[in-house]
Design a binder for this molecule. Sequence first.
Ligand code: CUK
Ligand code: CUA
Length: 764
Amino acid sequence: MKMFKTRTISLLMGLTLGLGAASSAYSQESLEDVMKARGLTQKDLLAAAKTYTPTGGRDEYMAFSSGGQSGHVIVYGIPSMRILKYIGVFTPEPWQGYGFDDESKAVLAQGRIMGKDIVYGDTHHPAFSEKDGEYDGRYLFINDKANPRLAVIDLHDFETKQIVVNPFFKSDHGGAFATPNTEYVMEASQYAAPYSSDFVPLEEFNDKYRGGVTYWKFDNKEGRLKPEESFTFELPPYSQDLSDAGKNASYGWGFTNSFCSERYVGGIERGRPPFEAGCSQKDTDFLHITNWKKAAELVAAGKVNKVNGSYLITMDQAVKEGLLYLVPEPKSPHGVDVNPKGDHIIVSGKLDSHAWVYSWPKIQDAIKNGKFEGKDPYGIPIIALKDALHTQVQVGLGPLHTQYDAKECVVYTSIYVDSMVTKWDYCEGKVLDQLNIHYNIGHLLAMEGDSVTPDGKYLVSLNKLSIDRFNPVGPLHPQNHQLIDISGDKMQLLYDMPLPLGEPHYVVAIKADKLQPAVRYKSGWNSRTDTKSEYATRAGREKVERDGNRVHVYGTVIRSHITPEIIEVEEGDEVSIHLTNLERAQDEVHGFAMYSQNVQLSIEPGKTATASFTAEKAGVYPYYCTEFCSALHLEMQGYLLVKPKGYQAKATEMQEGEQYTQADYDKQVKTNVETQGVIDSVVAFITSHNYKDFPTVVALVEDATDQLGFATEAKTKAEEYAAKGDYQNATLWAGQWWQYQVKTADLGLRAKTHLEENGAKKVK
Ligand code: CUK
Ligand code: CUA
């Protein structure tokens, strides 16, 4: 312990004197040496230079990837391809305390289905909130295909705030897709099923099984989906697939494709040919066109009935009101993508080598003139292909998804079977370039590719299989995201990134400067509801409240202690520990884990989080902070004592491990005086510079001032005990005084470094 103190002090001194003198030692190795040793070509170097981001550098774009089966969202930077965060969405995520604190458990509980906790998701399509068709950087939505749900993530703190369960579907896929002002978020079903939770035999498939597309109303001010204002279009049991919202020319409409309009039901065990045979018989499937703008008016006018407690526009009503149309599309299509102007829609057929380009003006004409080639078995008007199609382009075998370039008419389509990306012109109908990617590409993503003004620049190919790309890690491989430079005429492959967390389907990327995430919460904040927590606790106001066997602990955390450090309850008590992080410093998160109780909180600066459990068994339960937050992090600890019913205390005095004398006290005080010298020199440096021009430094200084205040309190106590000749307590409090000094010095040094690195100026 004493050794440690001395070393820390010299470290602090060293930092004070040594910082700012950058190392001048330079590598003797030449670029050629490294190229030779690693077998790199000029092309490799060029690619490396385009993605390599020096230490401290930032990315131009932030990508939000579906986490596939993990039920999370993965955030990474482009072009560095560095993973920045996993966001817990449908699945508990202990690092963030997601699914462990009461506040986030309440979010996950919104996603219960038939009373059951569903603790994973098969996430497919993330979507940003939009304003006038541009990403506004406020919210992210994502769907869960397996359990038809949508989640809302607030990009102000990258936390999941809401989960909604579809009131009709038993799976979804065509979500999440936002309308141009995030009026609605689309979610289409995938596998047709009865709308009720009752048993309905498969023999009644055509009559009783249904698909659909839900338009979830989004309250842009509140940042929440509004189930009571949302509505669903009843659709035939055609296995709806992907969706996209119309924009500009097609604003007010939505598009949803389908892949089994044969309505085939397999069942090899009943002697029937399998699904895959029956679902790929016809040459075409159907693109569903829905008018959400008009539908919303009907809902507002009280003309739509509720089923399962939610607005349902039946097929009959939709046809009667002119809200629903079908257009044939290529066999087993996958992906429907509206262009930035909203006047073309591209659909690819997995079992066709063409991408089909539809003309929205043509479709509109057909609708206006009532020009249909017939009706489907449910009475929905079908627009003839020739009355809707602009052109068909041979792009390669197994085309899936399309992304739009910054240049008009230019698009990139993922070619699954041929494992390549085809760059082509949909106005002229010609292929421009093709690039082999590693293997079996699914989605691809362009920068701000779903907005009305895509950026071009980079493309990421989301390859399904990574086979031989990386060091082997067993039979389950990561996915391979390949970064491609699309700024020139020819596509250039830059980098392979393994993504080892579920199978991401789609990714969206936004300009990094559109995001302004917070570094701390307002003090005592429930981050999941974005309101002041009723359990917020201020420094010095920590308390324990008991009502029968219900115990509420109102505590705080700050470097380096948890208050309270000892919690005493009785066997059988229901315990809730509410902890508020008093820190204001950036990145000073504290954790809270407890032996055998499934307790693990992440308490970011300002946050209040709650761990609740039943103290079932009498015993001793250590708890501690799980984030290495300070030099005395390991000492950030405590004990929950669960006493047997009717327990009578035996020992009355704590057994001290060490006895301290006046000499110990004097020694500690001497150390403290030296430390104060360090602090004073740092303070002198800071105050002699224009530190007030640096918000980061101002925050650090505020925090340091707090810590120094605590130091003064501890100093007073130490001196009081010393005056009474109680050197045991005097020495311990002097030690605590020093603890606060070290934290003050640490903050001060961080502030000083920041000033030095950011060109602060001396003030007279
Ligand atoms: S899907 Cu998986 S590659 Cu769910 Cu958009 Cu196409
Ligand atoms: Cu707080 Cu470690």
